[in-house]
Design a protein around this ligand. Structure first.
Ligand code: 4AD
Ligand code: MG
Length: 481
């Protein structure tokens, strides 16, 4: 007999025929009530074990974490909260779990402890919920773009280019098996690099994505990206997943429309599909909030926050307006916000972004037209800006509790202007000849953006540390898996 997923059993009506389920024991009470979870849903199915007719030896082996197979009848449940349960006729232990040694005890563990056990934390309700939500969001990303006629492009992971010009890259070196090449003083000889040239793990697929947009019209990437920034924050990972759409003939306003529509679509899709998981995560957040002083507690629950984003337009504000708001706002005079926003041209720090979103506008904000000096080389220079106050058609989307979730721009489509900019920044035009070719042959206005997938998962799950929304976080301390 084939086994049925717990999710499907829980939505079935009681029946006379036998059913079979396989999963892991969450708890086992009174030698009788087994809470079985198989990962298909956050909910366990209660299995009532016939202890009088089950060997003592087997009963002893029904421990938290053990893998079991149960056969029995699906009957109406007497217990609160579930319609059906399994009246067990046969139980088999598939894999024992030593109750003394199993790290995932049925109690509340700290997030720190769970991070150290990333391979087992997925067996908790919280991580089950987060990772099902993550998977659903990923599916929604593909569905959105595929429905709109975008093509999925896989851009290189190993690359010779530095797309963001920020230099925060992991170097890729091909070391021969027969001994690492060393210089005379014993150091690794990095001249022996990948195919004899310097290569890195990609920081963004954008530049390659642009070449595809200039042929297929509308494309998106969705892949791993790497940044060697040593930032120990709750918003940065060394390895994260990014979604980068790129569209020929779109200007900055079209780009903003696309980003807003896309984000709302994937959130709505996930709210509709992941009700049980989101309800659980909402309750977790409420419990967490209770430990905070009243004044710091969120006014909205998780699901209210998600519907708020769906029901309201993102506020579009220029960088210049944002600077004026920050300069004139009271928190700017407090110690917390007093530094940096002294003049136009400064880069915004996350505290400034969060002030704009959480205190001033109280909704997602799209900031645009940033000073050229603080943004990447490929962004379209605005016409008619004052010398010294040049701006580019950049846009960042800021989210409550997260800060920057999207970074994007209209691209510089004019060959001469792009070349000048590259020269001024010391970017080798020979290295990027292929990128310049898109401007040399059939250039056109085009735009795109990058959405940090984990930051989106953070927002939707209400978690507060980015290490808790990716299966195996790569941070400066953590790389053993
Ligand atoms: O703003 P960023 O650096 O933009 C780009 O890479 C552009 N090439 C995107 C484009 O226009 N196609 O990164 C985009 C987004 C950020 O807004 C943020 O959400 C996320 O990627 N991100 C990170 N997420 C986790 N950890 C990090 N270290 C991140 N760095 C950026
Ligand atoms: Mg950015």
């Amino acid at each position: 007999m084939k086994h049925t997923k717990v999710k499907d059993l829980l939505s079935s009506a009681p029946a006379l025929h036998e059913v079979k389920a396989k999963g892991w024991v969450r708890t086992f009470r009174n030698n009788q009530f087994l809470a079985l979870n198989d990962g298909s849903t956050i909910n366990n199915i209660q299995c009532v074990v016939d202890f009088a007719n089950t060997p003592e030896e087997t009963l002893k082996r029904i421990t938290t974490g053990a893998a079991v197979s149960v056969k029995g009848h699906l009957v109406e449940s007497q217990g609160a909260g579930q319609k059906v349960e399994i009246q067990v006729t046969e139980i088999k232990i598939l894999g024992d779990s030593d109750a003394e040694k199993y790290p995932m005890q049925p109690k509340k563990h700290s997030l720190e402890f769970l991070r150290e056990n990333a391979h087992l934390r997925i067996r908790t309700n919280m991580f089950g919920a987060i990772m099902r939500v993550r998977s659903t969001l990923a599916f929604a990303v593909h569905q959105y773009f595929q429905e709109k006629g975008f093509f999925y492009v896989n851009t290189p992971i190993i690359t010779g280019s530095d797309a963001e010009g920020a230099g925060e890259m992991f170097r890729v070196t091909a070391l021969p098996f027969d001994g690492t090449p060393r210089t005379e003083d014993g150091k690794v000889n990095f001249k022996e690099d990948f195919f004899g040239r310097e290569t890195n793990l990609t920081v963004s697929g954008q530049l390659e994505g642009e070449t595809y947009a200039m042929a297929l019209g509308q494309i998106y990437t969705f892949g791993p990206t790497f940044r060697a920034e040593n930032s120990n924050t709750s918003r940065h990972l060394a390895e994260f997943w990014m979604i980068e759409p790129e569209v020929a003939f779109n200007n900055l306003a079209d780009n903003m429309d696309l980003a807003e529509d896309f984000i709302k679509y994937v959130i709505k899709y996930t709210v509709d599909k992941c009700g049980d998981d989101l309800k659980f995560l909402e309750q977790r957040l409420l419990d967490e909030e209770k430990s905070k002083p009243q004044a710091e507690r969120s006014e909205m629950t998780l699901l209210e926050k998600l519907s708020f984003v769906l029901d309201n337009n993102f506020k579009r504000v220029s960088y210049t307006e944002a600077i004026d708001i920050l300069k004139n706002s009271k928190p700017n005079k407090n110690k917390k916000f007093q530094y940096l926003i002294e003049e136009w041209g400064a880069d915004l720090q996350s505290e400034h972004e969060r002030f704009l979103v959480e205190k001033h506008f109280k909704c997602p904000v799209i900031l645009f037209d940033y000073p050229a000096k603080i943004k990447a080389f490929y962004m379209r220079l605005n016409d008619n800006t004052e010398p010294g106050k040049e701006t580019v058609r950049a846009m960042d989307i800021l989210f409550p509790g997260i800060g920057e979730i999207v970074g994007g721009s209209q691209r510089e489509e004019r060959y001469e202007v792009l070349l000048e900019k590259m020269k001024a920044l010391g970017i080798d035009e020979k290295e990027l000849y292929w990128y310049l070719d898109t401007r040399r042959f059939g250039s056109a206005v085009h735009s795109g953006f990058g959405l940090g997938f984990e930051r989106l998962v953070l927002f939707v799950t209400g978690m507060s540390n980015i290490r808790d929304v990716i299966p195996f976080p790569r941070t400066p301390q953590n790389a053993e898996f």
